[in-house]
Write a protein that binds this ligand. Structure first.
Ligand code: 5AD
Ligand code: SF4
Length: 444
């Protein structure tokens, strides 16, 4: 979501003469787009700000200005605190205000050094209305935000507070954006939302569409691959199952966070589903799309978590057999209900549980990737490696694949024979007919 937002900020600022740069040294403006989801991410903001301050000072010594802005969820949640703790920050840009950036920049430049701009308003509809149509740097795998915010209020999570309540864009604006992305070269569309399968966007006739229906419409467009993230087990619906069953373009991989395998913990997390509900979803998707694989997010050490609860989490991980899974130690987020719950789990127990869980997950990932050895898989080449002559791409299961190849293949989906599967990625050789011909010529 933050990558998507950053790209939109770039689009908004382009008409005002701003372009992106890889180094902050001589920048006229640095926008730090931040994440508030876990404690660690927030801590990073202040250390990063300290570093950026040095660049700002260096510019000042030359008699030049560098606007320093904090955007994203930390800005939204801790705007006043940032202003106090880091007085050298010129702008605090909340999650729903980046369409107002040009105005904020003009104000900040006018008041440079004397006054700060803090904008943490919440006009979510407006933000989407004001997104410029043109998009730059469209990547072969492109993000398309269709929904923002969350009404679920899981007790550990800041998102409902930092991103606000659920808002769905209209079907028309989404499909228009999808068409533009495809025209600009996107082969894969990642449909995004904090709670993407809670999507309920209106079409021109005033009918409400769910995510399943929207995916069927996107699949009509000349796109090769479709994914969606992140979903909630409670919002799986019939047309979404149908999409998994009937749309070959919808990739056979689903990130479906479970958070915990213990019904007791799930209840205290306010997830409003049980471990069995989750298993039924997995079973149904496997029936509808037998080649599907799953990803997840899991929290260990939620307040009150016993060894038995943790074992239930290990059990659901064994049941689902994930191909990729993120896992985190619970960290209390200010303002969330869980932050005031008793039964805190000691840090060393959290660490020890995380290690056990990650060992299991790593085994599952390793075995999934190992099974790919000897198979030829379609890979979307979406990144050049730092090493010359090396390419990086993604399989239908979202595994990274590293291979030798010419960068002219960037943006194409090509067959790759997988030679090696490690827990974190795959290695393979390109098997296009074109390359075969080239090889034949060379041998001749
Ligand atoms: N502590 C640890 N992990 C968290 N997540 C969200 N909030 C917290 C928290 N307070 C994790 C959840 C979520 C992912 C994006 O981050 O697993 O799905
Ligand atoms: Fe946070 Fe996801 Fe729960 Fe919403 S559904 S509160 S975004 S964890």
């Amino acid at each position: 979501m933050n990558v998507y937002d950053s790209n939109r900020m770039v689009d908004i600022l382009k008409p005002f003469g701003y372009t992106t740069t890889d180094v902050p040294d001589d920048a006229d403006m640095v926008i730090l787009n931040t994440c508030h989801i876990r404690e660690k991410a927030t801590d990073k903001v202040f250390s990063e700000l300290g570093r950026l301050r040095d660049y700002k000072e260096a510019k000042k010594a030359k008699g030049e200005k560098m606007l320093l802005a904090v955007a994203g969820c930390v800005a939204q949640a801790e705007g006043e605190f940032i202003a106090k703790r880091a007085p050298y920050v010129d702008m605090v840009i909340g999650t729903q205000t980046y369409h107002e950036l040009p105005e904020m920049i003009a104000q900040a430049l006018g008041a440079y050094g004397s006054n700060r701009i803090i904008n943490t308003d919440f006009p979510v509809e407006q933000k989407f209305d004001y997104l410029p149509e043109e998009q730059q740097d469209v990547t072969p795998s492109a993000f398309l935000s269709i929904q923002e915010g969350c009404d679920k209020f899981c007790t550990f999570c800041v998102v409902p507070y930092t991103r606000g309540s659920e808002y769905s864009r209209t079907v028309e604006t989404i499909l228009d954006e999808a068409k533009r992305l495809i025209d600009a070269g996107a082969k894969e569309i990642n449909v995004l939302g904090q709670n993407v399968n809670a999507f309920h966007g209106e079409d021109k006739l005033g009918n409400t569409w769910d995510l399943g229906k929207l995916l069927f419409a996107i699949a009509e467009l000349p796109v090769e691959r479709i994914r969606y993230t992140t979903s909630h087990p409670r919002d799986m619906h019939d047309s979404l199952y149908a999409a998994h069953r009937d749309l070959p373009k919808l990739m056979p991989w689903l990130h479906l966070p479970i958070q915990s395998g213990s019904d007791n913990i799930l209840k205290h997390m306010n997830r409003k589903h049980t471990a069995d509900d989750y298993k039924r979803i997995i079973d149904r998707l496997r029936t509808d799309r037998p080649d599907i694989a799953f990803g997840s997010d899991i929290i260990v050490g939620f307040p009150g978590e016993t060894e038995e609860d943790f074992q239930a989490t290990m059990d659901i991980v064994k049941y689902t057999n994930y191909s990729q899974c993120y896992s985190f130690k619970y960290s209390a987020r200010p303002g969330t209900p869980a932050a005031n719950m008793g039964g805190l789990v000691a840090e060393h127990i959290k660490s020890e549980r995380l290690t056990r869980l990650q060992t299991l997950i790593r085994e599952q990932q390793a075995s999934f990737n190992k099974k790919c050895e000897g198979i030829t898989m379609p890979v979307l080449i979406d990144r050049e490696s730092d090493t010359e002559g090396r390419l990086v791409g993604h399989t239908e299961y979202n595994q990274s694949v590293i291979m030798d190849g010419n960068k002219r293949l960037y943006g194409q989906i090509i067959d790759v024979a997988i030679t090696n599967g490690t827990p974190n990625n795959l290695v393979g050789n390109i098997v296009t007919t074109e390359d075969k011909t080239l090889k034949d010529i060379k041998t001749a």
